[in-house]
Write a protein that binds this ligand. Structure first.
Ligand code: GLN
Length: 197
């Protein structure tokens, strides 16, 4: 069993905790950077990326999260979390963690569709995932090392690069745990590799 942290500064924290627990893993709300040492994987939840960015700066999370990623530990960013992990954010010269080589547009699906649901295919994983988009970003392009796992209307909405996974929608707001389980498998693989070394 793995221990998965949810960055507990702002956003859909308790929903992620419930989904992690529903998949049989232990969830921890991470409010201090020193808690990163106790967890095997980290979720950056949806919320408001600009607010989260400020709070991450204020509570000195940036360097510890970069170190966490450098150790090979998986990070899953959903919605605002995807924005925080992106290498580039369109129209901003202040990207944050820059751990996945994608360029994201914030609030990208237009006003009249700020929130909507769509059935999307996640390659190799799910044929129809009921994806809930709430003022969601998308990635317009991705570097060669990025695996594009799902697109919607030609835009990248799920992607993975090494130990970093991002989704533009909110998997934690559905009962469908398959994307969370995919992340759990990434985390378990890291734990196994560490034990084998
Ligand atoms: N629009 C938000 C942002 O860019 C993300 C919305 C969400 O996480 N649901 O911060």
């Amino acid at each position: 069993m793995a221990t998965i942290g949810v960055l507990g500064l702002q956003g859909a924290i308790s929903e992620h905790v419930s989904q992690i627990e529903a998949t049989g893993q232990t969830a921890v709300i991470v409010k201090h950077a020193d808690q990163l040492a106790e967890i095997d994987g980290l979720v950056l939840p949806g919320g408001e990326s600009t607010t989260m960015q400020k709070l991450m700066d204020r509570y000195d999370f940036i360097e510890p999260i970069l170190q966490f990623a450098k150790q090979g530990k998986p990070i899953f960013g959903t919605c605002a979390g995807m924005v925080l992990l992106a290498k580039k954010v369109s129209g901003s010269d202040n990207p944050h963690l820059q751990l996945i080589d994608i360029e994201v547009c914030r609030n990208a699906f237009g006003r009249q569709r700020e929130s909507f649901e769509a059935a999307i295919t996640i390659n190799g994983l799910v044929k129809e995932f009921n994806a809930i988009f709430i003022r969601a970003p998308y990635a317009e392009n991705a570097g060669v090392e990025v695996e594009i796992l799902a697109t919607y209307e030609g835009k990248i909405v799920v992607a993975k690069q090494g130990n970093i996974l991002v989704s533009a929608f909110h998997p934690e707001l559905t009962d469908d745990t398959r994307l969370m389980q995919y992340f759990n498998a990434m985390v378990e693989q890291t734990i196994k590799t560490k034990v084998e070394v």
